[in-house]
Write a new protein. Sequence first.
Length: 57
Amino acid sequence: MNANTIINDQMTLEEKLAAIDLAMKNAQEQANEEAASSGKVVAPLDPSLLTICDGCE
């Protein structure tokens, strides 16, 4: 992912953060779709979620 394609110098900080959030969301959705189609498990954006057991959530 190239940052120059999602943000520019004319954007406000809030616009830049929103653009980054959207890009990360889209990347995660694409990874989820690719993993589902190949039968694999994809890591969540927050790796700490991998260390919590299902019963503790």
